[in-house]
Design a protein around this ligand. Structure first.
Ligand code: GDP
Length: 379
């Protein structure tokens, strides 16, 4: 039962909140959000050989199926090792692009960090500004991925020096947005510093990418990237410095874990008494606290029916629990609790605070709903 062992291993990581990250990707239209998410999933899905204990050769059909599922999935959970330790990184679905509705905000509620994908040629565009502003308003930390670096080399024919100048401009503009929109307490802390590995450079299309610390470690310079395109050795570059490693390393190191993040995010997300039992439980992402789940997305699964995906802010989600839906003003019962393995859902006995959960049974929930345990109704 390889599958069972895998699920157990992931659940074990999820119970140790320090090894969990909740993120999403944000971008101006066409800057490469979908391609970036794809490359993350293909390379670092929970189907990773290390987790399965054997090499898992996905053939073309499977990859295509996986991709289609990813597009529809409310969340994709990725497995990543950093400095010898395993992590679960939840990539929550953010709507394709900023649409006028509150949809981005609903996803932002369950994320603690965002990979902001920026086309190296176009730079920061209006929707980049909008999504960064929205992320900062929700106290979601934005990190920068400068994508489509190949275009600078192949289309604009820039030299390695000019490529670096372009990067500096984009980073300056990005930090300008943080200056403009971050609250004072986060303004300096959240500016990105390439030397600290808070900016990744690469090509989602060609699947290579690195941060400055990774480049230093591997002995790669920007002139090597220019050479790789000139000499047709980009595939080697993708092997030496795969994009998913750069992005996931950056996330693990620079996005706070859910317990750290909830300390400053809950006061922004919730306007109740922070000194109450539930206030404290949410601030600490306490798995023994009262159950509170913020719903990010609801999808209809042809087999399972309505699947409600959200983040457990406090307590532990278990099947059989009677709950109350705050917005719907209605009662419900959790019939099944699940976790995501890549884009697939697997049944679990319980999902603890700080994690992303998939629920069956609470059919009246919509995105943006808050699900609470019955003892909290009076609050
Ligand atoms: P989204 O709208 O942000 O989701 O962008 P997509 O991921 O759909 O990408 C938009 C277009 O840009 C597609 O044609 C991609 O193939 C292309 N694209 C994405 N990443 C890269 C890249 O690194 N280099 C180049 N040249 N094109 C890319």
């Amino acid at each position: 039962m390889v599958k069972f062992r895998q699920t157990e291993e992931i659940l074990k990581i999820m119970r140790n909140i320090e090894q969990v990250r909740n993120i999403g990707t944000l971008a101006h239209v066409d800057h490469g959000k979908t391609t970036t998410s794809d490359s993350l999933l293909m390379a670092a899905g929970l189907l990773s050989p290390k987790v399965a204990g054997r090499a898992l050769a996905l053939d073309y059909v499977e990859i295509e199926q996986l991709r289609q599922m990813t597009v529809k999935a409310a969340n994709v959970s990725l497995y990543h090792e950093w400095k010898g330790k395993p992590y679960v990184i939840n990539l929550v679905d953010t709507p394709g692009h900023v649409d006028f509705t509150g949809h981005v905000t609903r996803s932002l509620r369950v994320m603690d960090g965002a990979l902001v994908v920026v086309d190296a040629v176009e730079g920061i565009m209006t929707q980049t500004e909008t999504v960064v502003r929205q992320a900062l308003a929700e106290r979601v930390r934005p990190l920068l991925f400068i994508n489509k670096v190949d275009r600078l080399i192949k289309e604009l024919r820039l030299s390695a020096n000019e490529v670096q100048k372009r990067f500096i401009e984009i980073i300056r503009d990005f930090n300008g947005l943080i200056d403009l929109y971050a609250e004072p307490g986060f303004r300096d802390k959240w500016k990105v510093d390439p030397a600290k590995g808070q900016v990744a450079f690469g090509s989602a299309l060609h699947k290579w990418g690195f941060t400055i610390p990774i480049a230093a470690q591997k002995g790669i310079k920007f002139s090597d990237v220019v050479d790789a395109y000139q000499n047709n050795t980009v595939e080697e570059l993708a092997e030496t410095t795969p994009l998913y490693v750069a992005l996931l390393d950056m996330v693990v190191e620079h996005i706070p874990n859910p317990a750290e993040a909830q300390k400053y995010r809950i006061p922004k997300l919730w306007h109740g008494d922070l000194n109450s039992e539930i206030g404290k439980a949410m601030l600490n992402a306490d798995p023994d606290g009262p159950l509170v789940i913020g719903v990010s997305k609801v999808v209809v699964d042809p087999h399972a029916g309505i699947v409600v995906t959200g983040r457990v802010f406090s307590g532990t989600a278990r099947p059989g629990e009677e709950v109350y839906l705050v917005s719907a003003r209605d009662y419900g019962k959790i019939l099944q609790v699940g976790l995501y393995m890549g884009p697939y859902r697997e049944v679990a006995n319980e999902i603890t605070a700080g994690n992303i959960v998939a629920l069956l049974g609470v059919d009246k929930a919509r995105s943006g709903e808050t699900i609470i345990e019955l003892s909290l109704i009076h609050i």
